[in-house]
Write a protein that binds this ligand. Structure first.
Ligand code: ADP
Ligand code: MG
Length: 214
């Protein structure tokens, strides 16, 4: 049975309620903030990040009954593949890679240390995007989140770190993706991918804090 503990992930077992709850929480966060994400992307990209993410989350949401019937690792991997196919833009393959790599690793390790798995999955995203920490991308939220998880920080602190990290991307110069075409003019704007990543992290942490298995 999955249990909710402050500062820890639930034990990673098949749990329809958990999969459905996480899908709904992420879908809601992106739908509510899609316009804000587009606005951030209008400043340093092409204005479609919220639309892209909403399209991906809607595709996952529509498939939630099937996803809820899968073991958790397979559900995560399948969500990743859906995001690759539906999000479009640079962010689709990157979020997709993250979830595919997490799902595959969760499925093949008995003693799943989620922070280590997340770290390896983030490294795969970095390789895929040829990006590094500090390049003003979603990696600048993912790496700090992984650090907090490795420290077994409370969920509320993981969420806070994600939000602060997204805001800090405003100080960075974009080195990857469309925003990099702006060079120094990208400084002063929050990265849209970092922002969506913080929104999703916060939604997941909030859901896990409130989660009480039946
Ligand atoms: P596109 O840039 O193709 O319009 P989106 O607007 O959906 O795609 O996503 C833009 C976000 O994707 C950026 O804000 C950034 O966080 C992320 N991103 C773009 N290129 C890369 C990359 N090479 N590596 C990591 N993240 C990237
Ligand atoms: Mg864009």
């Amino acid at each position: 049975m999955v249990k909710s503990h402050e500062g820890r992930l639930p034990s990673l077992q098949t749990d329809r309620e958990l999969v459905l709850g996480l899908i709904e929480a992420c879908h809601e966060a992106i739908v509510i903030h899609a316009d804000d994400l587009c606005e951030l992307d209008r400043a340093i990209g092409d204005g479609d990040h919220g639309t892209n993410m909403r399209r991906g989350c809607e595709a996952v949401y529509l498939d939630r009954e099937r996803l809820g019937s899968l073991p958790l690792p397979q559900a995560i991997e399948t969500i990743g593949m859906t995001l690759v196919m539906s999000v479009g833009g640079a962010s689709g393959p990157l979020y997709g890679t993250l979830l595919i790599e997490i799902g595959r690793r969760l499925g093949t390790r008995d003693e799943a240390d989620f922070a280590t798995i997340l770290g390896e999955a983030i490294d795969a995203v970095a390789r895929r995007g040829r990006a590094l920490a500090g390049d003003k991308t979603l990696l600048d939220v993912l790496y700090p989140v992984q650090t907090e998880m490795a420290r077994q920080s409370a969920l509320i602190n993981i969420a806070k770190r994600a939000e602060v990290s997204a805001r800090l991307t405003a100080e960075m110069k974009a080195m990857r993706g469309r925003a990099s075409f702006l060079g120094d003019r990208s400084i002063g704007h929050v990265d849209p991918g970092a922002s969506s990543c913080a929104l999703l992290t916060t939604a997941i942490c909030r859901y896990l804090r409130e989660y009480r298995p039946a």
